[in-house]
Write a protein that binds this ligand. Structure first.
Ligand code: IPM
Ligand code: MG
Length: 366
């Protein structure tokens, strides 16, 4: 198959890990006889330096002409947050990109391999074995895209952020969760704060309506605070977690700590109308380790696997990448983020590039 992929490395560790994901995609193309064309462009601070804008028109234009987008990360170090380059960087780049192409449903699979159980903070992990849940996060509504305002009155500064949802936004993402649950263990847990928020009460109402078309799926509602607690106490109890935008942001980072590292958590953002998708690791730009060849490329490489599965329907190819990643972990290959927690003797510490080399080697052996 011939496919065009926009590659937006962005900032921090983005360029390093994106480069590795592109290598893996090239290896897949070679192995399976596909032809992928990669078109690079800037986003975030990198775009600001060149164009004075975080999401320039050239990048927008490019993204509208490809079959899928592979993105690294955007944002800079906290110590530099006063610089114009980083002001509102995430909001002007990543959030605009999501909005521009209506990437309304965000899929974040949390999978803990048995071999990484030492990295899981939960004592009972060893008894339960691997962990496998998915966060489906609504991505272009909620408090992220409502009015954001600052004012000052009588010398007192105040700020306001408005959360809003309409039923269509909730309906579309809820369907993604129920459909996915059909192919998994048949359970959807919908997260809200219905004891306080009106948006959450609407959320619960609409999710209940969608559930009527899926009698075979078990639906539970849970308040977000309780959900955070349960995710730590008994994450094995969850299958598909359906969340509004803000709660999904927070809970997916909590989930990343359960699987050992944010460096393992991929993410797909899908326009549920057209199927067009954006693929990026769930973690940030990690400026502290940028340029050191230390970042874990796995989240980016697994995001590329999600790209193959969701955008190109290349199921075998996507599974091959996931299997290769599983093999490197089983064989004790670790990047620094996976290394500190465990320290077992049979492990080998690898750089970003070496980790990718190992994944490509296992891919070739499949
Ligand atoms: C994520 C990130 C983004 C978000 C930031 C960078 C705007 O944390 O993708 O989870 O909050 O959505
Ligand atoms: Mg986040």
């Amino acid at each position: 198959m011939n496919k065009r992929i926009a590659v937006l490395p962005g900032d921090g560790i983005g360029p390093e890990v994106v480069e590795q994901a592109v290598r893996v995609l090239q290896a897949v193309a070679q192995k399976y006889g596909h032809h992928f064309e990669f078109y690079h462009s800037e986003i975030g601070g990198a775009a600001f330096e060149k164009y004075g804008k975080h999401f320039p028109d050239t990048t927008k234009e490019l993204c509208s002409q490809v079959n899928a987008i592979l993105l690294g990360s955007v944002g800079g170090p906290v110590a530099e947050s006063h610089l114009l380059k980083w002001q509102n960087c995430e909001r002007n780049s990543l959030l605009q990109l999501r909005k521009q192409f209506s990437f309304n449903a965000n899929i974040r699979p949390l999978f803990l391999d048995e071999k990484l159980i030492e990295l899981c903070p939960l004592k009972r992990a060893a008894q339960y074995g691997s962990l496998d849940l998915v966060v489906i996060r609504e991505l272009i509504g909620d408090i992220y895209f409502g009015k954001h305002e600052r004012s000052i009155s009588d010398g007192i500064r105040s700020a306001i952020d408005v959360a809003s949802y309409d039923e269509k936004q909730i309906y579309s993402v809820a369907k993604v969760a129920f459909e996915l649950a059909k192919a998994r263990r048949g359970k959807v847990t919908s997260v809200d704060k219905a004891n306080v928020l009106e948006t959450s009460r609407l959320w619960r109402e609409v999710v209940n309506e969608v559930a009527l078309s899926y009698p075979e799926i078990k639906l539970e509602h849970i308040l977000v605070d309780n959900c955070a607690m349960k995710m730590v106490q008994n994450p094995w109890d969850f299958d598909v977690l359906l969340t509004p935008n803000l709660f999904g942001d927070i809970l997916s980072d909590l989930g990343a700590s359960l699987i050992g590292s944010l460096g393992l958590l991929p993410s797909a953002s899908i326009n549920t109308g057209s199927g067009f998708g954006l693929y990026e690791p769930a973690g940030g730009s990690a400026p502290d380790i940028a340029g050191k060849n230390q970042a874990n490329p796995i989240a980016q490489i697994l995001s590329a696997a999600m790209l193959l599965r969701h955008s190109f329907k290349m199921f075998e190819e996507a599974s091959a990448i996931e299997k290769a990643v599983g093999s490197v972990l089983k064989n004790g290959f670790r990047t620094r983020d996976l290394w500190f927690g465990s320290g077992a003797r049979s492990e080998e510490l690898l750089s970003t590039v070496e980790m990718t080399d190992a994944i490509i080697r296992f891919l070739g052996d499949l």
